[in-house]
Design a protein. Structure first.
Length: 348
């Protein structure tokens, strides 16, 4: 085997709810890499993660980075530690995939991007929804113009209260997923946003969030997110002149409801004619190949590092998602819409 084909050396920092998934996927679903080491300050999390695996366990992430010569590191510790651990991993010579949100504050995010630049290593962010087969298929179909003009995009992300997340509220924890997907699918930048939040159960942060984003191309984005619903719903709806798409992230389903007037217009008035009415049409479930989004994400990260390609998710996009989430919190606090230049300047 030539040098170039040797497996990359992968490690995971943070072995909690999400970190355990990174451990399993690196170990079992990424042919380009070997999981060689994992770290968590909690020794019981380390023994649970290494049981039945060849990876070495560490209770000190700094020591793991110094001893294991890692090429790839997943940072899956709480969000408030992303900056410190990411900078340490980059300085130790590893490329890093840090979980979303990139950091708790903009200043931390900037420090991470700067550390990646200085180290010459790759930094990417785990915006996992971009790797969901339903979203990939929807992106392909929107790019092909299947919906015609897009009018509205709407995200529903409801679920139970995660007692373990203490460092950030529901907006910074979850909205970056949907804000990133909106920008990824719509291909336009926000010009105005407004939010309402409530804190009903959480002791320190908001746990209910409704937000509206107006995009430069006229698309209206609607966010409905909370930690107060006793069942999980993860849906994305995109409405355009030819119909509506509904993507279900959990089931990895993509369903199309046609505007039957679009078909009428096509037949009777020609392809370029304006659609003037909306009428119920056929519903179609699009075929797609289901795959675990985290496996797609980590494989694309490993391949990008191996091939020297661009990061699968540009940290600049993750910074924008964090920035807009923080502006949502600010909008709710102040009771006013954020517009124009405020969307780029803004609170850290
Ligand atoms: N992409 C997704 O869908 C998704 C889902 C869940 C969580 N996340 C993200 O993953 C991160 C972790 O979330 P979680 O739900 O797994 O949290 P968690 O609390 O279950 O796990 C965090 C782990 O980090 C460990 N830890 C704390 N300090 C450490 C340190 N200095 N060094 C090493 N380990 C340390 C803790 O002991 C714990 O085991 C968060 O940033 C969260 O936003 C992403």
């Amino acid at each position: 085997m030539s040098m170039a084909q040797q497996p990359l050396r992968a490690g995971v920092i943070g072995l909690g709810m999400m970190g355990r998934n990174h451990v399993r996927v690196w170990d079992e679903s990424v042919p380009e890499a070997d999981l060689v080491a994992v770290a968590d300050t909690d020794a019981s999390a380390v023994s649970a993660a290494t049981a039945g695996r060849r990876a070495r366990g560490h209770t000190d992430a700094g020591r793991m980075l110094a001893e294991e010569a890692l090429d790839l590191v997943s940072i899956v510790a709480p969000t408030s530690l992303h900056c410190e651990l990411t900078v340490a991993a980059l300085e130790a010579g590893a490329s890093v995939l840090v979980e979303k949100p990139i950091a708790a504050t903009r200043d931390e995010g900037h420090r991470m991007v700067e550390a990646a630049r200085a180290s010459g290593r790759m930094l990417t962010v785990g915006h996992i929804e971009r790797f969901n087969p339903a979203i990939r298929e929807l992106k392909r179909r929107l790019a092909a113009g299947e919906l015609g003009r897009v009018f509205q995009i709407s995200a529903t992300r409801l679920g139970p209260f995660p007692a373990r997340i203490r460092d950030v509220g529901v907006v910074v924890d979850l909205a970056p997923h949907d804000i990133d997907v909106f920008r990824y699918l719509i291909g336009s930048e926000p010009i105005r946003l407004y939010a309402e939040t409530e804190q009903r159960i959480h002791t320190e942060h908001e746990d209910l969030f409704n937000g509206i984003i107006k995009f430069a191309n006229g698309v209206v984005g609607v966010l409905n997110i909370n930690w107060l619903t006793p069942t999980k719903r993860r849906l994305l709806t995109v409405t355009g002149e030819r119909g509506m798409y509904i993507a279900d992230y959990i089931a990895q389903d993509l369903v199309f409801h046609a505007n039957s007037d679009a078909a009428e217009t096509w037949i009777n008035r020609g392809a370029g004619a304006a659609i003037t009415t909306v009428a119920e049409g056929e519903m179609t479930r699009r075929a797609l190949r289901r795959e675990e989004p985290l496996a797609v994400e980590l494989r694309e990260f490993a391949r990008a590092v191996r091939e020297g390609g661009p990061p699968p998710v540009d940290p600049a996009d993750a910074m924008i998602a964090l920035q807009l989430a923080r502006l949502m919190v600010e909008s709710a606090r102040s009771g006013r819409a954020m517009v124009g230049e405020e969307l780029l300047g803004a609170p850290s």
